[in-house]
Design a protein around this ligand. Structure first.
Ligand code: TPP
Length: 558
């Protein structure tokens, strides 16, 4: 089989390598310098291409696609500042360890720094946020082509074994840029690393010893993609080995005895209680946790032992007490422990479970008293969900609110907590919606929505995308955290505004709904969640002051 590609041989090599590496989705940003790349990717039958104009948004679309599909996704842009606009998504992908491949067109070296148009220093510009950076050669000698091909091969292979995060391929290109040729399809996609790294047997033995010596063992799980096998292994540890598990909502773990709402629980502890709750051995899995208090608590009580189990070998010591970094898939470790270890005395598990049950009943009582506010929006929304959906939450109050509610079994949770930016939530959700037929709902604040409104600037906006914008006229988070209100400059933090979500939707031809109270929200949610409705934004107006009051009262009600 043949296809029409750019006549640049380096581009042909790159495109074939991407195909053999298992890249199937490519986000293309318009430009001329990257024309050889656009033409080659678009004509190659192995790729589905999307055209997104704003590079910052495009980077996040690619991230959403890659995270949803568990496979590498490429984003291609032209030279100059276009490149720098990929930085936010690359940083997020780096901290979430998502395989995002940034392919940037560049001028040849002799034109850089010579006042040529759209030219900046691009080589290794993302060095701190990618695991590999490569500059492809501009000249097409046999030696240079072979060198580039070998390097790409090695880099891609490395990423097949390790969940390597993002990479950057910079492609200097000389004019003419639009000449094409016919190419044979040569590559066959290899199966991309299944990231099933086993944990070495010798490490297992050491861990068993430490496990046996520890009376109180606590598992804390941060952000984790839905993984049913892992969920079962974790539940077995709770049910059969009496191990308490604290799991962020976006850890996607759930089951009887798994604790989600830890922020409020920890607030209710006295300093005497802290000893009771202090683990001897802490086991952490997944990415960052949302709760600030769990970090403060564990840093303060300092467990004697702490294992962090992660597929990547990046050392992360969140609680300043790391004693063992275990590289591998936590599922294998938990499966092994379930087979080999004795159950612990259930007192420690019960301490956590009882405190959690108390908080749950306080939560239920609290709800009966809540006025119209952000809190009420979440309560009303969760009560309506009876079908599977993917829920994305923006930064930073949505990601906190969802921690207060019981894990809904129909929902898979996602959020950009790698760097907690407000700049790509909508684009990430839209990218993810392209990759899954399920309804994809983003709950975001007004500021984050307006910031990333170019997410709607896409002709093929997925029909299953729903964005619920909680409009409390500014960044309500700055009323929730201590500091801004007493600074004398709250408006500089909160940034109330006159921007119109409705007009943004109109500009991009996106279906728009609104609600201003509980009755209207209950009326609007069925249309919003209707799977045939097409991409829809539901703007829910809430009072800023009351919402902040309710949030604070909730945390204090114990
Ligand atoms: C790119 C970026 N800029 C600034 C911030 C700091 N920040 C965190 S939350 C926030 C306001 C978010 O407001 P909104 O989206 O309305 O959500 P709300 O707090 O009202 O829930 C800001 C400016 C950030 N996280 N990322």
């Amino acid at each position: 089989m043949e296809y029409t590609a750019s006549n640049k041989q380096i581009v042909q090599i790159l495109v074939e390598k991407c195909h053999s590496f298992g890249i199937k989705q490519v986000v293309l940003c318009p430009g001329s310098r990257n024309a050889p790349l656009i033409i080659s990717f678009a004509n190659h039958p192995g790729f589905t291409c999307y055209s997104i104009i704003d590079e910052r948004s495009a980077g996040y679309y690619a991230l959403g696609l890659a995270r949803q599909l568990h496979e590498p996704v490429a984003v291609v842009c032209t030279s100059g500042t276009a490149v720098l606009n990929l930085a936010p998504a690359l940083a997020e992908a780096y901290y979430q360890e998502i395989s995002l491949v940034a392919i940037t067109a560049d001028r040849p070296a002799e034109l850089i720094g010579q006042e040529d148009g759209q030219t900046i220093r691009q080589s290794r510009v993302f060095q701190k946020f990618v695991s590999h950076s490569i500059d492809l050669p501009v000249d097409e000698t046999e030696e240079l082509k072979a060198e580039a091909s070998n390097y790409l091969e090695r880099m891609f292979k490395w990423h097949m074994v390790f969940p390597g995060g993002p990479m950057h391929i910079n492609v200097p290109l000389r004019e003419p840029l639009y000449e094409t040729t016919t190419c044979a399809l040569v590559s066959i996609p290899k199966s991309v690393g299944d990231q099933q790294q086993k944990i070495e047997t010798k490490i297992h033995k050491q861990l068993i010893e430490e496990w046996s010596q520890s009376a109180k063992i606590l598992i804390v799980c941060g952000i984790y993609l839905p993984d049913e096998e892992l969920n079962q292994a974790v539940n077995q540890l709770v049910q059969q080995k009496n191990i308490p598990v604290i799991a962020s909502a976006n850890s996607n773990l759930s089951g009887k005895g798994i604790i989600h709402s830890v922020e409020k629980l920890l607030l209710s502890l006295t300093s005497d209680d802290e000893l009771l709750y202090r683990p001897d051995l802490l086991i952490t899995i997944g990415g960052p946790v949302v709760s600030k208090r769990i970090k403060e608590f564990l840093r303060k009580v300092k467990p004697a032992l702490h294992w962090d189990v992660d597929l990547s070998s990046r050392k992360v010591d969140t609680y300043n007490c790391l004693t063992k970094q275990v590289t591998g898939n936590p599922f294998f470790l938990f499966k092994y422990l379930n087979k080999k270890v004795e159950a612990k005395n259930e007192t420690y598990l019960q301490t956590w479970v009882k405190a959690n049950a108390k908080q749950q009943s306080l939560h239920d009582k609290f709800i009966m008293t809540v006025p119209w506010s952000d809190f009420m929006v979440y309560h009303t929304f969760f009560a309506k969900i009876a079908k599977p959906l993917n829920l994305h939450t923006g930064n930073s109050s949505p990601v906190r609110y969802i921690e207060f509610f019981r894990k809904n079994p129909f929902i898979n949770y996602y959020s950009n907590r790698g760097t907690s930016g407000i700049d790509g939530s909508s684009s990430t959700a839209a990218g993810a919606a392209l990759a899954d037929d399920k309804l994809t709902v983003l709950i975001t604040g007004d500021v984050a929505f307006i910031y990333d409104s170019n997410a709607l600037w896409f002709n093929q906006l997925p029909k299953n995308l729903r964005i619920l914008v909680i409009n409390n006229n500014g960044g309500n988070i700055f009323r929730l955290i201590p500091g801004p209100a007493n600074s004398g400059h709250l408006p500089l933090f909160e940034t109330p505004h006159h921007a119109s979500v409705k007009m943004i939707c109109k500009a991009f031809h996106v279906y728009y709904l609104k609600a201003s109270n509980e009755i209207e929200l209950n009326q609007m949610l069925p249309s919003f969640l209707d799977t045939n409705a097409g991409a829809t934004v539901l703007e829910v107006f809430t009072p800023a002051e009351v919402s902040a009051e309710v949030y604070k009262n909730y945390l204090q009600a114990h």
